[in-house]
Write a protein that binds this ligand. Structure first.
Ligand code: GLY
Length: 411
């Protein structure tokens, strides 16, 4: 009897010790990454100075930090990263910086030149509204959502991504291209619908997600990058790639946007169609990963049956390239999906993915990489642009994943 009590006591004690070890490891992992990130991002701020409307950090080009003007699709990620640093540290100096960089984007609220307004205004103002609300943020988000909604057409039932796109073979030219990335712009519409009571914004987001579900995926739930729609009939005409390996291949970041987008759609609507879709898209993504959980830039690169698009250079060179940005996006989505489904498997793989990204293979050395956090992403290989470089959106989703991991009760 006594020996049983002792054994039971020891087991209980070791369980407590294990749990607290795990907690300590998690805390120190997060602390280490937050300290690293604040130092790196401060180095970027030291280089770019105050926001001018023309100096949003994006990547490294020709050995130097390269910035964009506010109309580039990536302009919201740096302000968004500053918000995540505020959330991770609780330090109000990050809040001030985030506010300043966010406010610099206000003129975009009426911008209708392309579909990326969700990325630009929701990563910035969406986080601002969540973390340090001001009355004007609500109006800016609603106005931005209306600008984005102006690109929706009843005939196609989708939001037009770009105004124009030509396929690589030049055979199809479209005036209604929709890219899978567009799923990421819908969260702003859903939030603006809640804020304004305008149901049309919600309906547009749902219509876009439903039409995309019909036209953008193959039977195995790999995704097409671009679907061209007929402007008269509204029907899909051709399915091609812009940034992937081949028209019929699955571009890793495109799949990442899809995984994240449908997980978000389920979170916001609770419609199980989106959950089932997110799970199938995630299954496809996870099934095709290498051991370190960071994908090649395209899942079908170099495979038989896939004709490479765009500029042609050695297939072996392409095969080596990973895309850390896709990994960071999916890592963040895994924490969301894990929480929504209460399925620990998603959380566990999310933690492993985050650890891989934070390892020396992908996380830069402190003081290097021009202040960016992660190395080894790709912008667009067919355009021979941003190959094996840091990208501001890889860093944004890495920080978002850290926030989501920190918030989770992982015991
Ligand atoms: N949304 C553009 C890209 O993922 O490159």
């Amino acid at each position: 009897m006594k020996i049983h009590k002792i054994i039971f006591g020891l087991l209980f004690l070791s369980l407590l010790v294990c749990t607290s070890c795990k907690d300590d490891l998690k805390t120190s992992f997060i602390e280490d990454n937050v300290t690293f990130s604040t130092n790196q991002i401060q180095a970027i701020l030291d280089k770019v100075g105050e926001p001018t409307g023309k100096n949003y950090p994006r990547t490294i080009k020709d050995g130097k930090l390269s910035t964009t003007n506010m109309y580039d699709w990536t302009s919201g990620f740096f302000p968004g990263s500053l918000w995540y640093l505020y959330e991770l540290t609780g330090d109000s100096t990050w809040k001030s910086k985030a506010e300043k960089w966010t406010s610099s984007l206000e003129p975009l609220k009426t911008f209708t030149g392309h579909h990326d307004l969700g990325f630009m205004m929701y990563c910035s103002y969406g986080n601002a509204l969540r973390l340090a609300p001001r009355p004007e943020y609500k109006d800016i988000i609603i106005e931005s959502a209306n600008s984005l909604a102006s690109r929706f057409d009843e005939r196609t039932q989708v939001i037009k991504s770009w105004n124009h796109h030509k396929s690589w073979d030049g055979e199809s030219e479209s005036f209604y291209p929709v890219i899978i990335d567009n799923m990421m712009n819908l969260e702003m519409l859903l939030e603006a619908s809640k804020l304004s009571g305008n149901k049309r914004l919600y309906d547009i987001a749902v219509a876009h997600a439903n039409t995309t579900l019909k036209n953008h995926f193959r039977d195995d739930f790999g995704s097409y990058h671009v679907v061209h729609y007929d402007t008269i009939t509204g029907a899909p005409i051709t399915k091609v790639t812009a940034q992937g390996y081949s028209d019929n291949s699955t571009w890793a970041r495109g799949q990442a946007w899809a995984v994240y987008g449908y997980t978000m759609m389920y979170r916001e609507t609770k419609d199980s169609i989106y959950l089932n879709t997110a799970i199938k898209l995630m299954d496809y993504y996870l099934k095709n990963l290498p051991e370190d959980l960071v994908p090649l830039w395209d899942f079908n690169v170099g495979q038989e049956g896939y004709t490479p698009q765009g500029v042609s250079y050695a297939v072996e060179f392409r095969e080596k390239l990973k895309d850390a940005s896709a990994a960071a996006i999916v890592c963040s989505a895994l924490f969301d999906l894990g929480k929504l489904t209460n399925d620990k498997r998603y959380i566990d793989i999310g933690i492993k993915m985050l650890e891989s990204l934070a390892s020396p293979s992908y996380r830069a050395q402190l003081g290097s990489n021009d202040g960016f956090l992660l190395m080894h992403s790709v912008g667009s290989i067919p355009h021979h642009s941003e190959i094996d470089v840091p990208l501001v959106y890889a860093d944004y989703y890495f920080l978002e994943a850290l926030v989501r991991y920190k918030r989770l009760d992982t015991k």
